[in-house]
Each structure stands twice: as structure tokens, then as C-alpha cells.
Design a protein around this ligand. Sequence first.
Ligand SMILES: *Cc1c(COP(=O)(O)O)cnc(C)c1O
Length: 356
Amino acid sequence: MSRFFNPKYKDLKPYVPGEQPQDHVYIKLNTNESPFPASPNTLAYAMEEAKRLHLYSDPTCAALVKKGAAYYGVAEEEILFTNGSDEALVFALLTFCKQEEGAVFADITYGFYSVICTFAQVPFTKIPLQEDLSIRPEDFYHLNKMIFLANPNAPTGMTLSVAQIEGILQNNPNQIVVVDEAYVDFGAQTVVPLIHRYENLLVVQTMSKSRSLAGGRLGVIMGNRELIADLNRLKYAHNPYNVNRMTMGAGIGAFEDEGYRKANCQTITSLRESVSKQLREMGFTLTDSHTNFVFAKHPQISGGDLYRELKKRYILVRYFDEPRLTEYVRITIGTSDEMQTLLLQIRDILENGVSV
Ligand SMILES: *Cc1c(COP(=O)(O)O)cnc(C)c1O
């Protein structure tokens, strides 16, 4: 830290992204990216926009907003695109979270929520998940804090029903509830239509996972007109051109190629089911995942040991050195071939033990 570093950031705890080693070609099952390239239109439109990189991008994202609004069934004033959904989460926190109230989320959830709270210098509270790692909705009633809910949750992959989320919305009428639907396309129900019924609801989605655009950085946030207008106040005070030209083109192409997204999601969810079945047969216990990853533990080997052993075999998975999670690994669903290699290697590790 230099002597010029602003002391107000001295307690900042940066997010630690999943590793991206360059020393070897790994089978990457650690950051929940799609194993499939972006769709043909996505790539074609991005390349087309590359020819106009000397011109600023449209700060209103008009063409993309039009596509997105039609896709989600919302008005154009009810949707805002961001530089990845991480930016949507930051905008929401900065716009609506009051210093004296703070924010609240589950103790086991997307790690970025606590990171952005330390950045924005708002206090936060963590609500423990139940023993089976599910969320008890009543634990989120009457908290008088801004609420962040990942649905499906990460890294458990488990879902809340629409009725359970409505319960949380109804019992926090004076607080914004952000529902982060990063994985919704892999088997959960969206609450986007509820933005017309609950004035305190914001829904965040990302193009990173189901639309193969992790490297393009495109997220979206939806809510009633007033909330979106407020978010725009922050956006224009911070980064008016937050979505670059190529990404805007890519996003338009992605919405046009809905069939491609659906087919990929179908492939990934059916592979998730067959991989889950095979892991169970090997003695693993899995959470009920509705995402593009599984969260699994085995009585014979800790999450850390399994992670290290797989890494030696050039397969990357994610493990969490945190209370209640040390037994688990989180494994992204890759291609069919990648999953076969993974299962083969796990079987070998379980049969022959951990090497020294
Ligand atoms: C991946 C992820 C995000 C962030 O995705 P972006 O790439 O920033 O759009 C947000 N929330 C959850 C729960 C995620 O897993």
C-alpha cells in the first residue's frame, strides 16, 4: 500500500476470482463458464460492431434494451444493462443501501455480496442457512436491511420457490430485495414478472453463463420504472458508457439466438443429471442443484484434497476453505468428454487414494 492510498479503503477485501492458470491446458470446471462458444449471431454482431470501435457506444443501449425488454416481457424503462451483472449488483447497492441500515444475505452465498459491502462501506449481516444448506424464507422477514438473494443460490445450486420469494418481498415492504438469477436458465423459475407487483423488487440476470458471454461482460437489472431511473442516476454519475459496442452487439445476437441458448441449457442440465447420478453411485452426497454446476462431498476425501488431486491431473474445480463448506467441491458442468474424464479421474482417486 503506498502512502497515498486512501485510508478509507484500508479494510477492502477484494473478491478472489476462480484461478485461470496459464501453465498448462486444464479442463476448467471451476468458474461456471459455458463450455460452448457464443452463438453465431452473437459473434457476427460483435465483429460487425468492432468496425465502429472508434465511435462511442450508445449510453442508453437502445437497440439492446429493445431486445431485452421484448425477451423478458418488461417495458423499456424497466430494464438496464450493465458491464456484467457484478456491476448491476454494485449499482443496486450504491443506489439503494442506506449506511445506517446495511445489507443482509445468506452466510453461504455468492462471495461478491460481502465484497461490495466492504467497498461501499455499508455494514452487512449474514443469515445462516439451515443444516441442509437451504434458506428458510422466514429468516429473511422484517430485517430492515437491503436483501440480496441468489436464486438458485451459489454454491449450493438450491432454489427458493416464487411463493417463498413473494413471502420475503411482502415482509420487507420498505426494503429493496435483489434477486440474483445468474443461474435461472438451468432450472429455476424467474421472478421477473413480479416487478409489476412489488415495488421493492429488483431482478438481476447475466449473459455470462447460459449465453456463453462471460468474457463479453453483460448483465441486466430489472425493476419498476422509478427504481431503474434511480439506477440510471448512479450509472450516469459513474460510467455512462458502461456497455461497450462489441458487447452490445453480442447481447443483441444472443437474444436473437434463443434456440441456441435453450439447446445448450438442455444439454447442460441433462448432463448435470447423469453426472450427479454417477457421483452418487461413487458415494458422493450432492445438493439439489438447479444450475450449471454440482456441489458434492464424499466421506473419504475432503474438498481441498480432491481439488488438489484433480489439479495434478489438470482438472480444475472449486473448493471453499470456509466453515461448513470444506468437505465440498463445486464442479461446473463442461462438455460430455470433459465430464467423462473427470469421472474417470475421480474414480481413480477414490480407488487408489491421494498421492503424496
Ligand atoms: C457468476 C455470477 C454472477 C456474476 O456474473 P457476471 O459475469 O458479473 O455477469 C453474479 N451472481 C452469481 C450468483 C454468479 O454466480
